[in-house]
Design a protein around this ligand. Structure first.
Ligand code: IVH
Length: 703
């Protein structure tokens, strides 16, 4: 049949392909638009969508009412474009105690009038709205763009979504004489609207949002503005750029914003003394529940705008304002179970399964437990009621047992791997118990493959744990090498993936395409993908920067002595890492894996299935979660040396502090932490266990 000619008769295989393709596109659209969790790249989606349009052009009969081409309308826009902010959208420094506030006010005085101890500084208090900040640009009074905060320098263009928010004026008549004005503020969802939205989501079988902030952010980031329009979002303004000559204080600015037609928060106080600030903090904290919207603290702002200008800003926050946060909440719940997860290096990690409980507006069902010693130290037993705490945005932690179960039995850590049943081993120096079975343990095999294809490694789109599990179970793959021979082998397979349940030709081909797209990889990602113990994304980069090419890496890592000689000079790579690399490279199977994947590295020698590109020096991270923060370490680190951890932190733009103070950004704790742990808990400083820290640091580097 000539291509592009319309036909009434539709062959059965075409009908089948169209049906499968439609279902898959609908599934992808739901994942993308509603769950904010895309499963394939824009490119793959676009190709699939074009194939659907082609089929429907050839066979118009296929184009029924429910086809994604009809339903979604025009080819959907797959991502937001970017908007560069006129001035950086900064964050706020946090205060947690009266002492922090005194320090802040004293610093203001020192800055504005050095040498004086008494300088009346008027402070405006506003509630700290738990929403999403937005920058609205008005050109000659017309709303022309709206952007999220993004990374502070560049945000996402959410203009079309913001146009659906009723409390945001499209046109401000009083600004028609101004060329360009930016209004900043917070978009949020009221508690009432949040509850109604969640109720209807539950009714429709959709997952509820965890809190009002997520609901607001999720609703704003909809690619289809019609969805945003259905969600009741509101906006409170708090800043205006450039400053108006007629407005000289923050207090008047809020009134001015109202005159322009913007809503501002209903709570606002003007303070002249520290005591005023503390009294209003307590008052607002106590009436928090009566407000229609969620707040997580108050914001103190120097009232005089000329002083605000003089005070300026550090790289991440203005010096004229500070967030005075409400205390971290604690909650009591029941420890329902302790599950053991097997990681890619065989580490057995316990996870606490909890009776669901709300903490800082988030429903908590799990908490990390780190290792068996921690369980023993806290004397946890199934059925105990435990105290949970969540400081900052980190994983909640079990602080202690509140009420032990009537028949309290201390939890006994399993001696065997829950996946393969092998007797686990615990190195005397380590707190971790490990399954020794390596790749013959199903859980480790799955985790290693998942790591191999993950974002910072080979980054194979659409190959999630579910597909890997299927491929393993179907005997299609056993090691990473098999991924790159899969397509060829499939041609001769009597039971090809395309015919397996839940797959089909289209998904199978999409998978082959994503694998083929990753046959070339840079050395840093390649080394990271191997899953060598203690070689995370950062160490992999250091190694790649050192060896530069795969050939040099293979040639110069032949013995422990060679590794020591080379790597001991690299700050950031400690003896443990060197030992781990050596252990990996002295294993015959791993060498076979390297040979098969990337070749021997010898010129003229056998070639591998992938091409590894050389790496040049990689720039130090400048905009990470840790940049400008002080990180303090305590306790014995299991996965990295202190020196390595320090370098890692510095590469992420953090400073490393030796003591916990109010200025500490994060406390990273290893085994047997000291007093710093208690101090950080008291000061409400986010605490990261070593693994969480490594995970976050890795995510920051692979972002
Ligand atoms: S002033 C330089 N005022 O809190 C940033 N921010 O933790 C100046 N926020 O990104 C922001 N309520 O999204 C300011 N009344 C308020 C606020 C507020 C909520 C958010 C804002 C900011 C974040 C910092």
């Amino acid at each position: 049949m000539p291509l592009r000619q319309a036909a009434l008769f539709v062959p059965q295989d075409i009908q089948q392909e169209h049906q499968q393709l439609s279902e898959y596109l609908r599934h992808l659209a739901t994942k993308y638009y509603q769950d904010d969790a895309p499963e394939v790249t824009d490119d793959i989606y676009d190709q699939l969508y074009r194939r659907l349009l082609d089929l429907e052009e050839q066979f118009p009969f296929l184009k029924q009412q429910d086809s994604p081409s009809v339903h979604v309308g025009a080819e959907p826009k797959r991502s937001f474009s970017k908007i560069a902010h006129l001035a950086p959208m900064l964050s706020l420094d946090n205060a947690f105690s009266e002492e922090d506030i005194r320090t802040f006010l004293a610093r203001l005085r020192r800055f504005l009038a050095p040498g004086t101890t008494f300088l009346p500084i008027e402070i405006v208090i506003e509630p700290k709205i738990d929403g999403s900040s937005v920058a609205l640009r008005y050109k000659r009074g017309e709303l022309v763009s709206a952007a999220t905060r993004g990374n502070g320098t560049v945000g996402e263009d959410i203009t079309r979504n913001v146009r659906t928010i009723r409390s945001i004026p499209q046109c401000v008549s009083k600004l028609v004489d101004e060329d360009l004005v930016e209004v900043r503020g917070e978009i949020f969802m009221s508690r009432k609207d949040f509850e109604a939205l969640n109720a209807s989501r539950l009714e429709n079988g959709e997952a509820p949002f965890a809190n009002t902030r997520n609901a607001a952010a999720g609703s704003l980031r909809q690619l289809d503005p019609a969805v945003t329009a259905e969600r009741s979002l509101q906006f409170f303004a708090y800043a205006l750029y450039p400053q108006m000559p007629s407005v000289s204080t923050q207090w008047d600015l809020l009134t001015h914003l109202q005159t322009l037609g913007f809503a501002v928060a209903s709570v606002r106080e003007l303070c002249t003394t520290e005591e005023d600030v503390f009294a209003h903090y307590k008052e607002i904290l106590s009436c928090r529940a009566a407000l229609e919207y969620d707040i997580d603290g108050i914001v103190l702002k120097v009232n005089r705008l000329d002083w605000q200008k003089r005070l300026g800003a550090s790289s991440h926050a203005p010096r004229h304002s500070i967030a005075y946060k409400f205390p971290a909440e604690r909650a009591v719940t029941r420890l329902v179970d302790i599950q053991i997860q097997v990681g890619r290096t065989g580490a057995l990690t316990p996870v606490a399964i909890l009776e669901p409980v709300a903490l800082n507006g988030v429903i908590i069902t799990r908490a990390s437990l780190h290792n068996e010693d921690e369980i023993a130290r806290k004397n946890l037993g199934i059925g105990d009621r435990v105290i949970l705490q969540r400081a900052g945005d980190v994983i909640p932690q079990i602080i202690e047992v509140a009420v032990a179960a009537p028949q309290h039995t201390p939890y006994v850590f399993p001696t065997h791997c829950p996946s393969c049943g092998a007797l686990s081993v615990r190195d005397a120096k380590e707190a971790v118990r490990r399954c020794p079975s390596g790749l013959s343990c199903p859980a480790q095999r799955l985790e290693r493959l998942a790591h191999f294809v993950s974002k910072g490694a080979f980054d194979i789109e659409g190959l999630g744990r579910r597909s890997i599990r299927f491929l393993l179970k179907a005997g299609k793959i056993t090691s990473p090498v098999d991924l790159f021979t899969l397509e060829e082998r499939e041609k001769r397979d009597s039971n090809p993936i395309a015919q397996c349940d839940g797959w089909g030709q289209v998904s199978a081909e999409a998978l082959f395409r994503s694998i083929a797209a990753r046959r070339t990889i840079t050395l840093d990602r390649f080394l990271f993908s191997l899953g060598i113990a203690s070689v995370g994304a950062i160490t992999a980069r250091l190694l790649a920067e050192h060896y530069k090419t795969y050939a040099t890496f293979r040639a110069e890592t032949g013995s422990l002595e060679a590794l020591q000689e080379d790597l001991a000079q690299i700050s950031g790579i400690g003896p443990q890492t060197i030992a781990d690399i050596n252990a990996f490279l002295t294993c015959r199977e791993n060498n076979a894996l390297l040979d098969a994947l990337a070749g021997s590295g010898i010129e003229g020698g056998p070639q591998g299935l992938v091409r590894v590109l050389a790496v040049e020096r990689v720039a130090v991270e400048t905009m990470s979660l840790f940049s400008g923060k002080t990180v303090v370490f305590t306790g014995k680190l299991e996965h990295t040396s202190r020196a390595e951890a320090k370098i890692l932190a510095e590469r992420l733009g953090a400073r490393v502090g030796s003591a916990v103070t109010r200025a500490t950004g994060y406390l990273v704790v290893g085994e047997s932490p000291g007093n710093k742990y208690t101090q950080a808990t008291v000061l409400n400083i986010p605490i990261l266990h070593e693994k969480e820290w490594l995970k976050m640091a890795e995510e920051e580097t692979t972002r």
